[in-house]
Write a protein that binds this ligand. Sequence first.
Ligand code: HMG
Length: 387
Amino acid sequence: MNIGIDKIDYYSPNQYVDLVDLAQRRNIEPDKFTIGIGQEKMALPLLSQDAVTMAAMAADKILNDIDKKDIELLIIGTESGVDESKASALYVRDLLGLPSSVRAFEIKEACYGTTAGLQMAYNFVAQNPEKSALIISSDIARYGLDTPGEVTQGAGSVAMLIKKNPSILKLENDSVFMSENVGDFWRPTYSQYAFARGKYSNEVYIRFFTELYKQYFEKNNNGIEDISALLFHIPYTKMGKKALQAVEELIPADKYADFMKRYESSTILSKNIGNLYTGSLYISLISYLENSDQVEADDKVMLFSYGSGSMGEIFTGKVQPGFKEKLQKKKHLDTLNNRRQLTVDEYETEFKKELEIKDGNYFVGNQTDDKFFLEQIKENERIYKSI
Ligand code: HMG
């Protein structure tokens, strides 16, 4: 049975800070951010936007009433959860108006969570071919002001509808994966900010990728000529490039140059938004399918998922003939171009804002035009609203 991504879209907050402005404020040569790191703009959420509202915003873009009726599995991959106990998926189920006959929960392993959800969705549809699964990643990447990780922050979500006979990408069920207890990046429950051993995290990412890259071909008994593009988890766009460079010797020169060209198409959205944590691999898939003029039906793309801590997986998918009609290239580029630019002062002010809960209450209100928003904390409970 063919199983895979039938619909996919992303959401990111409508305001951003320009990284040239940020570099100047931090007394850093702007080329370090735009070339050395490979990032141009960074999305920033406001207080009324969180993992729940962003997840609902992305999913709302892809679902119609018929889709909603058939969904029996809803998984949200996030490391920006809003509650230590209750899953964001329950709020999202409610906001989207999904039936109660949905198995809804949250899943976590840093940036890998959504891939775990995707593989579960694959198995679910294999056992329930008439049903579908909604897999959403939703995260806010925060390292803190004036930290080395600051330039690699970002926020957003990606929603995917997984079903049989998909229109966009058929998953090939050929994964290789590995895990290790590594201290490259983590966020303790008491901290709003992630801690990273930045250079070490890059090394572990590359080590996982190169090891899995070799394992993939050994396990599946095929070669690089079968693969049309290599897509990566992109914490910042230089990272995937570094990983590709690490396997250059194993790839014929013309194929390697072609991979690099295709990789550039996969970075357009990330470059303008920043790290989406769990969604970063999947926004690079959207970016590649929309922005590369080389993609053809039946192309096999290889995807590398990496979550610090660490968990890595390589899998492939076959591009389906109907993929173009299901994508929104123009809309996405228009949305990016029409966002509100924040000055660095505005960015810093917004960044520092917190829910100032007194006696279990705080009124937020809708601070944007978003359909879904966190309205308030009432008796220590989050109250979401839609307009
Ligand atoms: P840093 O120390 O600020 O930067 O940290 P650097 O000194 O390493 O410089 C970065 C690059 O800019 C270098 O290039 C410099 O040469 C270059 P490279 O050697 O890497 O090719 N450079 C310049 N280029 C042009 N013109 C100039 C110039 N100056 C310098 N004038 C770091 C960078 C990414 C480590 C930091 O931002 C950080 O800690 N980020 C957070 C951690 C991270 O993103 N790690 C990625 C791998 S782990 C991962 O992907 C998982 C993650 O998504 C979390 C999860 O799983 O949940 C993070």
